[in-house]
Design a protein around this ligand. Sequence first.
Ligand code: 643
Length: 233
Amino acid sequence: REKVEMTKEQRALMKAIVDAYNRHQIPQDVAKKLLQEQYSAEENFLLLTEMATSQVQVLVEFTKNIPGFLSLDREDQIALLKGSTVEAMFLRSAQVFSRKMPNGHTVVLEERIRKSGIPDEFMTPMFNFYKSIGELHMVQEEQAILTAITILMPDRPYVKDHQAVERLQETMLNVLRKLCVLQHPQEQQYFARLLGRLTELRTLSHYHAEMLTSWKMNDHKFTPLLCEIWDVQ
Ligand SMILES: Cc1cc(OCc2c(-c3c(Cl)cncc3Cl)noc2C(C)C)ccc1-c1ccc2c(C(=O)O)cn(C)c2c1
C-alpha cells in the first residue's frame, strides 16, 4: 500500500484543532462538584445542568478556533452551533467516560446521570454509545477532529451556504482519514467505524429532544444558555 503522509497544511490544521480542544475543558471546580454534592435526583439534575452549561461554553470557544469557522456567514455559525451542541456533548461525555477520569469521577458521573430523572428508555442507548466510543480507543487527535467534523455538518437546519461548510468539513475528513491510517494501521475500516459513530450520534440527539420534553413536563429548570441553544421555553 502507498505510504500515507500528511501535508504540512494538514499537520498545521490538526495542531490548531487539538490545541483548541485541549485548551477548552470543563473547569476543575465544576468537575470536582461531582464528588462533593449529595445524591438526590434534584441535586444530580442541577449538577448535570451546570456541567452542560459549562460544556456549551467550552464548545463555543473550541468552535471559534476551528480554522475557517469565523469566516463563515454569521447566521450559519449560529445554525451550526445550535444544531451540533447536543451531539458534540454526547461525544465529549463519551470520551470522558472512556478516558476513565481520575479518582473514580467516572463511577460518580455515571451514578449521577443514572439518577437524574432521565427516563430509562434513553439510558440504554446513551450508555451503549459511551461503550461503543470507549471500544474505539480514539487518540486525542481523532477525538478533536471528529468533534470538529460533527460541528461542521453542512445539513444542519437553517444553514444557508451549504457549500462553504461542506468545504471545511471535507478538509477535516481528509485529515481524519489519514490520521486513522497512521494511528490504526492494522484496522482497514477504522475510519469508517468512526464515521459510523456520527450516525449513532444523530439518533441520540433525537432521544435527547424527547429527554428535554420529559424534563420540561416534570417542571425541571434549565439555565438561560441551555434554553437559548436548545430552544427550550
Ligand atoms: C457528562 C456530561 C454531561 C453533560 O450533560 C448533562 C445533560 C445532558 C447530556 C447527558 Cl446526561 C449526556 N451526554 C450529553 C448530554 Cl447533553 N442532557 O441534559 C443534561 C443536563 C441539562 C441535565 C454535560 C457535560 C458533561 C461533561 C463533559 C465533559 C467533562 C469533563 C472533561 O471534559 O474533562 C469532565 N467532566 C466531569 C465532564 C462532564
